[in-house]
Ligand binder design. Structure first.
Ligand code: NAD
Length: 491
């Protein structure tokens, strides 16, 4: 896919530090390739610890003035930024599809989804109320204020190059924090374009800074922020091992942390469910972004009495999904992000089949002549808990179907994982709905619904899926601390 932008300035090739766009101080570059073909089409700085400290300095310098700015003014900046994101939706979608691979239609959806967080937090910026507490002692006033935590660091994954970073930056700026950001090495260009648009919207110099780095240099960049006591919070979306590393290493300066980590979502279809609706929900949640989402169903449990019917209908729907490059208008599944991703999918399918699972559609690489990372959407049946894909996130277009016969057993299986991000279930029994929703150990539960994410709702996990929430008023609170003022001598 060639990069053909209406506004060429959106293709940024440098780090944003203060009010400058700069190369990495050592001059190193990181190639950016299109996952559809593996062709390199751009490059960005491959930064190191010195660049990381430079952005931290800029964010710290800008913090007092940004925190002191009336919330109304910060909200205005965010509203202008939102308008620019929407105005450049086509170009941003092109950038997303070119560096990440998802179909253009999905990329446009991601732009509007990411923009919705910016708009929502612009509106919420002016509502960061504290409290007046009835005084416990005569002659005192007791007041509670909400204050920005300080400069923060945001580290994001490649699967939603725009939305993941927008939903961190928007609440941070709304709360009065300044930001240093590092996008994933596979998808740096969308994030750079977003920062450029924020500058155009009037976000002051130093308030929003970004560096890009290779996988190899990333630990040095992030370690510089972990050790910097001026950086008061790390907000991270990515894998659980890296999240645990950040939790350990930030202990030295006791930073606040928001960790949006891996998932292993169960999707349960009870015998009283509407089968057609459950298949619609599964298609929406499982195959979005080629199955490369943290809330994607990874284990699908179908009641014994409806199993065969469900499998037959699902197989037909999955077999009809068009696999292809973002530019083909009928594409519903793009390439996987890289060779490592395809290898993991192959390993999971091979392991499952060796242990007795059967493929009803897909199961192989496809369109090898067009590119190395296409994989056919796959349905696996007769899946059992001893298979690798039942305990690891596959992060690909594979729907493994388990069979169950009792509610208690399926809940026990659904919860039998260290992860707890999202869960879904379909049922028409109102008593069961409340019972199961409460029993599932996850931060998010979709009930007769496969599309759960919204800027107005708290998104996040429990157990080893992390802590902290994004979106909603809870997402804003994560960027503030609570200060109590006690004034005496009032009588
Ligand atoms: P990843 O953890 O490998 O990378 C995420 C980010 O961390 C990237 O920017 C990467 O450069 C950086 N990173 C890598 N090693 C690091 C280190 N040693 N120190 C500091 N930073 C480091 O994850 P990924 O493969 O890019 O993303 C997929 C994972 O993200 C999946 O597990 C998925 O479930 C999870 N995810 C979670 C959510 C959520 O909201 N919970 C959303 C999207 C993705």
């Amino acid at each position: 896919m060639t990069l053909n932008l209406n506004e060429a300035a959106l293709l940024r090739r440098h780090n944003a530090i203060g009010n400058e766009w700069r190369d990495a101080h050592a001059g190193a570059r990181l190639p950016v390739s299109n996952p559809a073909t593996d062709d390199v089409f751009a490059s960005v700085p491959d930064s190191d610890a010195i660049d990381a400290r430079a952005v931290a300095d800029a964010a710290c310098l800008a913090f007092p003035a940004w925190a002191a700015l009336p919330a109304h003014n910060r909200a205005q900046c965010l509203k202008r930024w939102h308008a620019l994101i929407v105005a450049h939706a086509d170009d941003l979608a092109t950038l997303i599809s070119t560096e990440q691979g998802k179909p253009l239609k999905e990329s446009r959806g991601e732009v509007m989804y990411g923009a919705s967080y910016v708009e929502w937090f612009a509106e919420e910026a002016v509502r960061t109320y504290g409290d007046i507490v009835p005084a416990a002692v005569a002659g005192r006033r007791m007041t509670v204020l909400k204050e920005p935590v300080g400069p923060i660091a945001a580290i994001t994954p490649w699967n939603f190059p725009l939305a993941m970073i927008a939903r961190k930056i928007a609440p941070a700026l709304a709360a009065g924090c300044t930001v240093v950001a590092k996008p994933a090495e596979d998808t740096p260009l969308t994030a750079l374009a977003l920062v450029y648009l924020a500058q155009q919207a009037g976000v002051p110099a130093g308030v929003l800074n970004i560096v890009t780095a290779s996988r190899e240099h990333t630990p040095a960049v992030v370690d510089a922020w972990l050790q910097d006591s001026r950086i008061r919070k790390i907000t991270f979306t990515g894998s659980t091992p890296v999240g645990k590393h950040l939790a350990r290493e930030s202990a030295g300066t006791l930073k606040k942390l928001s960790l949006e980590l891996g998932g292993n979502a169960p999707f349960i279809v009870f015998e009283d469910a509407e089968i057609a609706a459950s298949i619609d929900g599964l298609m929406a949640s499982k195959f979005r972004n080629g199955g490369q989402t943290c809330v994607c169903p990874n284990r699908i449990y179908v009641h014994d009495s409806v199993y065969d019917d469900f499998v037959a209908q699902l197989t037909q729907r999955v077999a009809a999904l068009h696999v292809g490059p973002a530019t083909e208008s009928e594409s519903m599944i793009g390439p996987m992000i890289n060779a490592r991703a395809v290898e993991k999918i192959v390993r999971h399918i091979d392991d499952a089949v060796a242990r007795g699972a059967r493929v009803t559609t897909g199961g192989t690489r496809v369109r090898a002549n067009d590119g190395p990372h296409y994989f056919a959407p796959t349905v696996l049946i007769d899946v059992t808990p001893d298979m690798a894909l039942s305990c690891e996130e596959t992060f690909g277009p594979v729907a493994p179907i388990f069979r169950f016969s009792s509610e208690a057993d399926v809940i026990a299986q659904a919860n039998d994982t260290p992860f707890g991000l999202a869960a879904y279930f379909y049922s028409n029994d109102v008593k069961r709905i409340w019972r199961v929703a409460q029993a599932l150990e996850t931060g998010i539960v979709g009930i007769n619904e496969g599309a759960i994410a919204s800027e107005a709702a708290p998104f996040g996990g429990v157990k080893e899926s992390g802590y902290g929430r994004e979106g909603s008023r809870y997402g804003l609170e994560d960027y503030m601390h609570t200060k109590y003022l006690c004034q005496g001598l009032l009588d």
